[in-house]
Design a protein around this ligand. Structure first.
Ligand code: SAM
Length: 267
């Protein structure tokens, strides 16, 4: 049986190995140009409306699993202040620091495994963000939410915009992609040994990554047990994940494809 840090260390290696390819993409140059001209936002309509509905103006934000910082750097367009991005991949944080400089942001980026955060990380943020494709990298969802709740100050809001756990039952590349291929309750970590791309293109051979499934009930329970008050849980019919999953959108018998969850730390 592996230790938690065996999983997270191997996941760090695969994210580091994947970073360079993202800079070669057209989207990177578009993002650089948009950051230079100001008003940049990478949020889709669902995330924009969720954040606007909460009144986040002036809130200082921390993002857990911030990757290249593009979402943190979208917050000024909604009046919030990107303050700290935490990620395990130094290579993606290099990109985040360069993007922040282009945007004229003084957001700080910290390389850390969320399970081994240094003791001097502030615990007073008034907005926490977790977005698309973070929860499944976490071997222990209860400990994860304990750490996340510890980053928020009194009345701090946590906003999660994630892929729906039901999607883990389907494999878009299977012969029959519409028949569930995995039990919703299967907790065996999935593993791959190739670099990560978001655009459907094949990765290069690389370190092994480990992917963990957590049911919606486990996610909400972990949030509540960490002392947060859940204020909203909305399931959505659109996809917010890799392009291969677009085949599950717009169907008559629609499955939930993503969710937004808002929770608050008691004041
Ligand atoms: C799918 S990406 C998030 C992408 C982000 N939503 C975006 O659109 O830019 C997941 C991120 O979680 C980070 N991550 C994975 N395991 C982590 C851990 N144990 N501690 C901190 N960050 C971690 C990865 O390095 C990666 O950048």
């Amino acid at each position: 049986m592996k230790k938690l840090s065996d999983y997270t260390g191997s996941n760090r290696d695969v994210w580091d190995a994947s970073a360079a390819a993202f800079e070669g993409k057209e989207e990177w140059q578009e993002m650089v140009e948009a950051l230079k001209s100001g008003g940049f936002s990478d949020f889709d309509q669902t995330m924009t409306q969720t954040l606007q509905g909460l009144g986040i103006k002036g809130r200082r934000a921390v993002q857990i699993g911030c990757n290249n910082g593009r979402e943190l750097l979208s917050l000024p367009s909604l009046g919030a202040v990107p303050a700290l991005g935490i990620d395990i991949s130094e290579k993606f944080l290099d990109q985040a620091r360069r993007l922040a400089q282009i945007a004229g942001s003084d957001c700080r980026f910290l390389r850390a495994d969320i399970y081994e955060l240094p003791g001097d990380v502030p615990a007073d943020f008034d907005l926490g963000l977790i977005t698309i494709g973070v929860l499944n990298w976490m071997p222990d969802i209860g400990r994860f939410f304990d750490v996340v709740a510890g980053l928020l100050g009194p009345d701090g809001i946590l906003v999660i915009y994630e892929t729906h756990p039901v999607m883990e039952m389907f494999d878009p590349e299977a012969e029959d992609p519409f028949t569930p291929s995995r039990s919703y309750f299967d907790k065996t970590p999935e593993s791959w040994s190739e670099t990560i791309t978001y655009d459907g293109s094949p990765g290069e051979p690389g370190p092994t990554s480990y992917w963990f499934t957590h049911g919606l009930g486990e996610i909400v329970t972990a949030c509540v047990q960490a002392g947060l008050i859940v204020e909203q849980l909305r399931e959505h019919s659109h996809s917010n994940r890799e392009v291969e999953y677009d085949i599950y959108e717009g169907r008559e018998a629609q499955i939930p494809m993503c969710f937004t969850l808002v929770a608050r730390k008691p004041g």
